[in-house]
Design a protein around this ligand. Structure first.
Ligand SMILES: Nc1ncnc2c1ncn2[C@@H]1O[C@H](COP(=O)(O)OP(=O)(O)OP(=O)(O)O)[C@@H](O)[C@H]1O
Ligand SMILES: [Mg+2]
Length: 551
């Protein structure tokens, strides 16, 4: 307070009842300031309360801009105007730069007073108390002025009250600014996180195709072959046999992997929505209609998976055929055809050939889709893969339900092996989920399986000749048999890894991709199984793709 205009503090009013009431009032205001998190509400509170406590007409708070070359009024009681002042200019500028308070008892006779603001606002400033806002680190963040004391001149006590309020206000403002900054930062991170998750959700295949049976091996080889070629693929197979999984595997192994994978469930496509869903709508086609992109356009640069193609209506079949022929789409209400670059993968569990014979499916569309055909085997055809799949689904369910480490007991495994699984892989998946829920011990017992599996197991046992049933004492313990499942799975895994390494010339990146593993995942397995590649062949700098599937 080096300014000569400031009355020196004295003992005016010390100890009176009015003083203690005022002090209590100041404390209350400070408490409210400290608990206010919203910057604008806080600024408002500071100005209103300061004007009230000092019996003034108006007040304003000026804060430095981020470049600190200007002060901007953030709140001005009684005025809507935003006032900008160059740093160091006028009374507010001087206070904010020097950190010292200034009292002006007759504004128009003070050469530092800038009359421009009054000229624009039409308000006449008579007197003013300007106070610095000093942050916790001692840096000035702006200034705070109150105008036109209603009666008399500013007293030393007024200055003290003003300084106390300003000191408290500066800290509260800084806190509110930091909280606002953190909130904005958090909101930005949340948005970014949501976008990334959405993007990842559509990009990463949930899992890779498991199985070592000749049927699955053959399917895997075909997937690899068709991935690179941009041909249309038709996947057929019973319900729940991995058609979706195969479609995604093709997309993510193809050069379009970084483009979108868009799935359209044709069975859930009502006649009335076919065109909107497939081709999109131009804005304003009808009142209030917003522009909407269709599935074909959404899949541009990527793959469009037409699922359940056997359920397409005749009208939809005709529309899709036209797009496949012309490679363009026309939005409803659009003027020009939009070219599209989309790879089509279709799937069905229906017998399309007999649908053609019955006149329910267009032959010309069928031939366009059926350029390469893949068939997913039913579970009953890949019995040898049942233990591997069961063990995978068990691990998946146990992880989800926080029951890691659960194992299949020997009788439970035997029941799963011998059960005549019809076709849908989901049945085995659900059986494992159910078992994880039912199991209370460290392993899944026969009694934790569904009644169907238990009764098959009982029937199988009862058909074995009594002599063939080993004596209880000589029967291998449950843990030895459970161990044998693990050995079996490991044996299969080792064989697959060796075969893949051979097929890929011991190139780890390619081998990992073929096995649906990340490169690190492959390296971990090589270490675990002590498999040493003669020459890792990794000198070729092939980039690892984004499809770092889980093991
Ligand atoms: N060989 C496999 N390896 C790993 N998981 C598999 C395999 N086959 C099927 N699954 C799993 O079984 C479930 C059903 O597979 P998917 O949805 O791909 O079958 P779908 O043929 O598309 O079924 P739907 O006909 O009902 O549409 C999925 O959870 C899938 O991951
Ligand atoms: Mg499916």
């Amino acid at each position: 307070m080096g300014d000569p205009g400031i009355p020196s503090p004295n003992t005016v009013g010390a100890g009176t009842l009015a003083d203690s009431q005022k002090l209590a009032s100041i404390l209350r205001v400070c408490q409210r300031m400290n608990s206010e998190r919203d910057l604008n509400t806080l600024l408002d509170l500071v100005v209103v309360e300061a004007a009230r406590l000092l019996d003034c007409e108006r007040g304003s708070i000026f804060l430095f801009t981020s470049t600190r070359d200007e002060l901007v009024s953030r709140i001005a009681l009684g005025s809507e105007q935003t006032i900008r002042v160059r740093a160091g200019v006028g009374i507010v500028g001087a206070v904010a730069s020097s950190g010292e308070a200034i009292v002006v008892n007759d504004a128009y006779s003070d050469p530092r007073f800038f009359q421009g603001v009054d000229n624009t606002s039409g308000y006449r400033t008579r007197n003013m108390l300007a106070l610095p806002l000093i942050a916790a680190d001692g840096e000035s963040i702006g200034a705070f002025e109150i105008l036109n004391k209603r009666t008399g001149a500013y007293t030393p006590e007024d200055v003290q009250i003003g300084l106390s309020l300003a000191a408290n206000a500066a800290l509260a403002i800084q806190n509110a600014q930091m909280i606002g900054e953190l909130r904005r930062h958090r909101a930005a991170l949340e948005t970014e996180n949501r976008n990334l998750l959405r993007e990842l959700g559509g990009r990463l295949p949930a899992q890779s195709l498991l199985g070592l049976s000749p049927q699955i091996e053959a399917l895997r080889t075909l997937i690899e072959r068709v991935s690179d070629a941009d041909v249309t693929v038709l996947i057929t197979g019973e319900s729940g046999t991995g058609k979706d999984l195969v479609a995604r595997s093709i997309h993510f192994a193809s050069p379009r992997a970084r483009g979108p994978f868009v799935a359209l469930n044709c069975a859930a496509l009502p006649e009335t929505l076919v065109e909107t869903e497939l081709f999109g709508v131009e804005k304003g086609v009808a009142t209030g209609v917003e522009r909407r992109i269709g599935k074909f356009e959404s899949a541009h640069g990527g793959t469009l998976f037409l699922d359940e193609i056997g359920d397409l209506s005749t009208m939809a079949q005709a529309k899709i055929l036209r797009v496949l022929q012309e490679r363009t789409v026309e939005r409803i209400g659009g003027r020009n055809p939009v070219p599209i670059d989309v790879r089509i993968i279709a799937a069905t569990n229906k017998d399309v050939e007999s649908a053609i014979l019955k006149g329910q499916f267009r032959e010309d569309l069928y031939y366009r889709l059926n350029v390469v055909r893949l068939r997913t085997p039913a579970l009953r055809e890949i019995g040898q893969d049942v233990p591997l799949l069961a063990s995978y689904f068990l691990g998946e369910a146990a992880r989800e339900m926080k029951r890691e480490g659960l194992e299949l007991s020997a009788p439970a495994l035997a029941a799963i092996r011998t059960f005549p699984w019809p076709g849908n892989v989901r049945q085995l998946q659900n059986e494992m989920r159910r078992a994880v829920v039912c199991a209370h011990g460290p392993s899944i017992e026969l009694s934790d399986l569904s009644e169907a599996l238990q009764s098959t197991a009982r029937e199988t046992l009862s058909t074995i000749e009594p002599a063939a049933v080993p004596e209880p004492s000589s029967a291998p313990s449950a843990s030895t048999q459970a161990r044998s499942l693990q050995d079996e799975v490991e044996e299969l895994e080792k064989r697959r890894i060796r075969d893949a390494l051979n097929a890929c010339g011991f190139n780890q990146v390619r081998t990992a991709r073929q096995l649906g593993l990340s490169r690190q995942g492959l390296i971990n397995k090589l270490k675990r199984y002590n498999i040493v590649a003669p020459n890792s062949g990794d000198s070729s700098p092939e980039p690892e793709e984004n499809g770092n599937q889980t093991e």
